[in-house]
Ligand binder design. Structure first.
Ligand SMILES: [Zn+2]
Ligand SMILES: [Zn+2]
Length: 298
């Protein structure tokens, strides 16, 4: 792999709050391999951001069998699809992120960009439409929210037409995400990426057969509501992700995240559910392949 990602820069946390920009050390590898079902290789982080191939090599050393590289703009979706087409350890998800959709300003401009996403979604190694959804935390204002909702609805349509997974970003929008999917009809496979709800919401999600993808923030002390949801959720609906370079698990919180750190989150998931890490990893792999298909197939 030769081309480097068109890096986007991670936001600075602000003055007076310097981050430790060193990548954490390689954890003890998983004995039973599994997948990172949501990462962003094209977001630069750290003093010396690792390239996609460096990250993949470290991930392999940690027992990670493959990743889903997730697009958030048209540009990053094209890059993600191209990477998946030439790299056996990568599948792609393509979409305009809910906070990116309003940047198009008009419905016509947004529709034109979504038409490009639709073309990408038909490629054989693009196995999900995402990340799409609703974000009431970072998007404000009536016209922006209107575009965000239009974008979500169109992405749902594409996932259904292509019969691939729908990967949802839901930030402070649980009720409306659910309502939108109910109203339009959900695709067969729906993933709530970086699951952020509580136990009650997990019950509503699981009732519909949708997947809960847990990230490194389950290791943070104050997130007991996530661990409650994780402990309860049906095992066949669990997934693991990094959302790298964000959401680095403890004890490395604030440092750059990458797929090779998945073993930390898998071990925490196993601990919360009171099972062996190997059993957890095997279950996660089975679930991941059910959602996205095989990494080895074209
Ligand atoms: Zn997200
Ligand atoms: Zn993400």
């Amino acid at each position: 792999m030769s081309e480097d990602a068109p890096f986007r820069t991670r936001r600075d946390p602000g003055e007076g709050n310097p981050r430790d920009l060193r990548y954490p050390p390689l954890p003890e590898p998983l004995e039973v391999g599994t997948y990172d079902n949501h990462t962003h290789f094209d977001f630069a982080d750290g003093e010396h951001p690792l390239s996609a191939s460096e990250q993949l090599d470290l991930a392999s050393q940690a027992g990670i069998l493959g990743v889903v590289q997730v697009g958030v703009t048209l540009e990053s979706s094209i890059w993600s699809a191209n990477l998946a087409a030439r790299e056996a350890r990568v599948l792609a998800a393509v979409a305009l992120h809910p906070n990116e959709a309003p940047i198009y300003e008009t419905e016509d401009a947004l529709a034109a960009a979504i038409a490009q996403i639709e073309l990408l979604a038909s490629q054989p190694r693009v196995r999900a439409v995402g990340e799409t959804g609703l974000d009431f935390f970072r998007t404000e204002g009536e016209s922006s929210l209107k575009l965000q909702r239009m974008s979500f609805e169109e992405h749902i349509r594409i996932a259904k037409e292509q019969n691939i997974a729908l990967m949802i970003h839901d930030r402070e929008a649980h009720d409306e995400v659910l309502e939108t999917l109910e109203r339009l009809g959900a695709p067969d496979r729906v993933v709530l990426h970086c699951y952020s709800g509580d136990l009650d919401f997990a019950k509503k999600v699981a009732e519909r057969g949708w997947y809960l993808s847990f990230a490194g923030n389950i290791t943070i002390k104050r997130n007991q509501h996530l661990r409650d949801a994780l402990e309860w959720a049906p095992k066949e609906l669990l997934l693991v992700e990094t959302d790298a370079p964000f959401l680095t698990p403890e004890p490395f919180r604030g440092r750059p995240n990458a797929s090779y750190l998945v073993p930390i989150t898998v071990r925490k998931m196993a601990e919360v559910r009171g099972i062996d890490a190997n059993e957890m990893a095997a279950q996660l792999s089975e679930n991941t392949e059910r959602v996205y298909g095989s990494w080895s197939a074209a």
